[in-house]
Design a protein around this ligand. Sequence first.
Ligand SMILES: [Fe+2]
Length: 280
Amino acid sequence: MAGRATRRTREVAEAFVRHMHAFAREVRLTEAEFEYGIDFLNRIGQATHDLHNEAILFSDVIGFSTLVCLLNNGNAGATETASALLGPFWRMNSPCVANGGSIVRSPTPGPALFADCRITDPTGRPLAGVEVDVWQASPVGLYENQDPGQCDMNLRGKFTTDADGRFSFRSVKPAGYPVPTDGPSGDLLRAQGRHPFRPAHLHFLGFKEGYKTLVTQVFVDDDERLESDVVFGVTAHLVGNYRPGKGTPPAPDVTGPWYRLDYDFVMEPGAAKLPRPPIK
Ligand SMILES: [Fe+2]
């Protein structure tokens, strides 16, 4: 690598090879295990298509995505961060929704949720004009792209913060769900004896020129799996206060229990750059 490789390429490639060799030495990797590993990698690629990203899922379930997130946010891991892993289910081009609108596009079970959120800079100044993608799984446990029972883009929407940095929307209270286990990542979880569940959460992605793109999740505070998230995404900072609604619901069609969520996000100055969408 002394010839053309850039310094950074040399640094990364050299460390990657060194750690791979050290890994094989440490576990005295057998030939059968080597063949299994090669097949495992190939199956990650074969399981990936427009609607599913097995490579991100694999990175998520071994805690690698969260590690990279924490290394690159919150002053390189020194302070609390509002960021969390992207996960395999973000889609570009979610339909725009007016503030206060609903992201429930086809019949979806679960209690109604009314979310009021605000985005500021680190000094508390409201950030107007932030484009915010919101996405979540249906309480049946699947994202719309995994589930023919939901219409296209169900439980997805793009909002824009107002002059006070606020955006608000209606949805359903999220429920926990298992990550897909029909591919190699599921084989790994079974071999490790781990459960495949994520605690209930909403996903958010905030984009505004001049600010580091905020990728995060807000977790439901009464979920029993907050401390055993299969993808290690939960931090205390990201646990939201999902309060049971009291009195007259904000919309006349709400029957039964409903919830409110108020949550404030901070975006740090930096480069606005969208991640590569894991799926189309
Ligand atoms: Fe999710």
